[in-house]
Ligand binder design. Structure first.
Ligand SMILES: [Cu+2]
Length: 311
């Protein structure tokens, strides 16, 4: 017991004494492009990597009490595409994602930007907790990936502007009420090429209770499972056009008649559901996808050139 007490004490001491053992989303990567530090990330107050410690705090939304600070860029992304949230302990990209002592899950939510995060607006799009087979927490795989958390934007959600909230919950001190260290950050994104889905949401703060099994958790116990807090992850109705990181569709599509030249079906009808696809992809289908990919890359290059010009 003395040893356990000592290790907990040491961890608390390390956390209290230095800024170094925490984390923040330093930058995001969209379409393979590493965006500038802080670009599209909501301004926040916690010096810069300090945690939120109360699940009731208004800071639980975007790590700030000032949600009016919305003078942030909005980054374009296609529905169904992958965004990479790059967590780092320190300001540099070469620092670790988070200290390995900070075992815990990763969670990602979205809400319409117009809500500014208020109300029952947050739907969960990603979660990763503890894997007993590998004995790895999400933060272990995060660190293995140099702090990069890959998240897919649901392909069927309505086009528009959203807050995307990435979160790590560090559990090293979570055996006491209020001990969990919560690290949320909000990214502003503009989604296009989606469908008509408006997933139902929960309130933040409100979604977590201080004694939720995923918030009040003893890492020193003989656990074999971990219950990730919050709602179930939203499952898109269909994933009509999965898009890989470089903007190419990764699944060929034989619904040629319903394609437009950006490779997306934007007529909003049900025929963009590929659940019944067989392996009868045609050459012309593949070509259309190649053209769609080239078109998207061209738009991406133009956007990059425009950004390079502006900055
Ligand atoms: Cu810490």
């Amino acid at each position: 017991m003395a040893r356990v007490y000592f290790s907990k004490f040491l961890l608390l001491f390390m956390c209290a004494s230095a800024a170094y053992a925490h984390t923040h989303i330093r930058n995001v990567i969209i379409d393979g492009e590493v965006l500038d530090r802080g670009k599209c990330i909501r301004p926040y107050e916690k010096n810069f990597n300090f945690p939120v410690s109360s699940v009731k705090s208004p800071e639980l939304v975007c790590r700030t009490t000032n949600m009016s600070a919305n003078a942030t860029d909005i980054c374009d992304i296609q529905a169904g595409a992958t965004i990479i949230l790059e967590f780092h302990e320190e300001a540099g990209r070469d620092s670790v994602g988070i200290d390995p002592s900070h075992e815990g899950p990763c969670l990602v939510y979205m809400a319409p930007l117009s809500s500014n995060g208020a109300g029952n607006v947050w739907f969960k799009i990603f979660e990763q907790g503890y894997d007993a087979k590998t004995d790895k927490w999400c933060i272990d795989t995060l660190d293995d990936a140099s702090g990069k958390l890959r998240v897919t934007i649901p392909a069927d959600i309505e086009d528009g502007d959203y807050l995307l909230r990435g979160e790590i919950i560090a559990l090293h001190a979570a055996s006491d009420i209020g001990g969990a260290e919560i690290f949320p950050n909000c990214v502003q994104i503009r989604v296009s090429g989606g469908g008509s889905a408006k997933p139902s949401g929960v309130a933040i703060p409100g979604v977590y209770k201080e004694d939720d099994p995923g918030i009040l958790f003893d890492l020193e116990s003989d656990y074999t499972t971990y219950q990730i807090p919050g709602p179930k992850v939203y499952e898109p109705e269909s994933t009509p056009h999965p898009i890989s990181e470089d903007g190419n569709t990764t699944v060929a599509d034989d619904d040629i008649g319903t394609e437009d030249d950006d490779g997306n079906n934007d007529n909003g009808s049900d025929d963009n559901n590929d659940d019944d696809d067989t392996s009868t992809d045609t050459d012309s289908g593949a070509n259309i996808n190649v053209i769609g990919g080239v078109f998207r890359r061209l738009i991406g290059s133009l956007a990059t050139a425009a950004l390079a010009f502006l900055y």
